[in-house]
Ligand binder design. Structure first.
Ligand SMILES: [Zn+2]
Length: 434
């Protein structure tokens, strides 16, 4: 303790001495954003005529009914401002896969380099749609290209959101595409194929060493509706395997995202202690209760189901149409059970030309208030990502990640599909009125 104390004082004294005498480094100039209204997601309250002061990348002050300051002011008095939106389930390296053929084509005919070039467009679109932070949940066969995209964004090479990346994801032998090819041909897989407890631990260590922020697992496959209406599945990993993966990730202070659509996949994920369950078309009441108790997040990805259902049903898999109704019922039960819900869309599973903010309308259609839906994509999503000190609300100390829309998103959440202004870290990427 004592040694540490002395050390801190010495450091402070040094930095003061270094900073003051010459006065070479002037503090960053203050930039103001004036908002006609500002939505504070945590309280659901709307403040009127708000002045946000920004220095460098961060917000220094938020004042209501403030007069005009001197200096650089961005006037959004005709707009409603919100914190930058957060999508906790994206695939920037995927460009839509309604059918297996769409998916196979991307893995077989496109090089990782070409896919990364397409992904630079996906991340730019994400930012322009108003998503200033994303959790990208695996590259679908493009290796660690998500780590490179994140690096290029952080280094200012290309515009894009703040990224948390899951790299390659994991699934067991025989469970994940590409599949159905001759046994004589070696085809690529959309995941890292991982078997066994030791294999799981090793894969976690490997992915983290190459830059994974999150570990992603696929926990089930081969869905079918039972006569009693329950969506059943074949679980992929055994509970022991899942537990080992989760334990190894948590031991290294990383979180685990599980793709789990149905009965066994969700149950095993919850039992193994994952941090979020994505998709969750069917979840039992008892698993919802456990999720609420343990603070496991539900990331429902509603719209993508609607998007792929018709195409997949036409290709012979009618189960995708049945799943829409089951999903709505699960979402309503999760809301009632008090499960934490974070906004996530699976964009990339659908075309990046579609604004993922379309998900808000479905969340409201399935029973959320607009305020709850907005919270899921701001303060709740920030909590899931462990970024609540940096993003998710507009407050002093946080990054100046601000979006603005015409109209009132608390009355019509659909206005979030038309974001007119985007600022990330104090820099404007989309200007109002253009
Ligand atoms: Zn996904």
């Amino acid at each position: 303790m004592r040694t540490f104390f002395v050390f801190v004082i010495a450091l402070t004294a040094t930095s003061l001495a270094a900073a003051q005498p010459q006065g070479t480094k002037a503090p960053a100039p203050v930039h103001y954003v004036r908002c006609g209204a500002l939505v504070q997601p945590e309280s659901g309250k709307v403040q009127k005529n708000v002045l946000i002061a920004i220095q460098g990348e961060r917000i220094t002050e938020v004042r209501e009914n403030a007069g005009n300051p001197s200096g650089n002011v961005t006037d959004l008095s005709a707009y409603t401002c919100l914190p930058g939106l957060i999508d906790t389930h994206t695939h920037v390296l995927l460009q839509g896969d309604i059918t297996a053929a769409d998916y196979d084509e991307q893995l077989l005919k496109q090089s990782t380099a070409y896919r990364a070039i397409l992904a630079t467009r996906s991340v730019r679109r994400a930012l322009e749609y108003g998503f200033t932070t994303i959790r990208d949940l695996e590259t679908e066969g493009a290796g660690y290209a998500d780590v490179d995209l994140k690096k290029a964004i952080n280094n200012g090479i290309i515009p894009g959101p703040r990224m948390r990346v899951a790299t390659r994801a994991m699934d067991v032998t025989g469970a994940y595409p590409l599949s159905g090819y001759s046994w004589e041909i070696d085809v690529p897989h959309g995941v890292q194929v991982v078997d066994g407890v030791e294999g799981g631990r090793k894969a976690v260590r490997e992915q983290i060493s190459f830059g994974a922020d999150w570990i992603k697992v696929y926990s089930d496959r081969s869905y079918f509706v039972r006569p009693d209406g329950v969506l059943d599945d074949i679980p992929t990993f055994t509970l022991d395997e899942l537990r080992a993966i989760v334990d190894e990730a948590h031991r290294q202070h990383h979180k685990v995202a599980s793709h789990a659509m149905a009965l066994n996949g969700v149950h095993n994920s919850v039992e193994a202690g994952v941090d979020s369950v994505a998709n969750g078309i069917y979840i039992t009441d008892s698993d919802l209760k456990t999720m609420a108790q343990r603070g496991i997040f539900y990331v429902p990805t509603i719209y993508v189901g609607e998007y792929v259902a018709q195409g997949r049903a036409a290709a012979g898999a009618k189960v995708w149409l049945d799943m829409l109704k089951i999903h709505e019922d699960t979402f309503r039960r999760a809301l009632n059970a008090g499960v934490k819900i974070a906004f996530g869309t699976d964009v990339g599973g659908f075309d990046w030309a579609i604004d993922p903010a379309v998900e808000f309308r479905y969340m409201v259609k399935y029973g959320m208030t607009p305020a709850q839906a907005i919270r899921s994509a701001t303060s709740s999503a920030a909590e899931l990502l462990g970024m609540q000190n940096d993003v998710g609300s507009i407050a002093p100390g946080k990054y100046a990640d601000i979006v603005a829309v015409k109209g009132d998103p608390l009355a019509d959440v659909g206005v979030l599909e038309h974001v007119d202004f985007v600022m990330k870290g104090g820099e404007i990427y989309k200007s109002a009125g253009h």
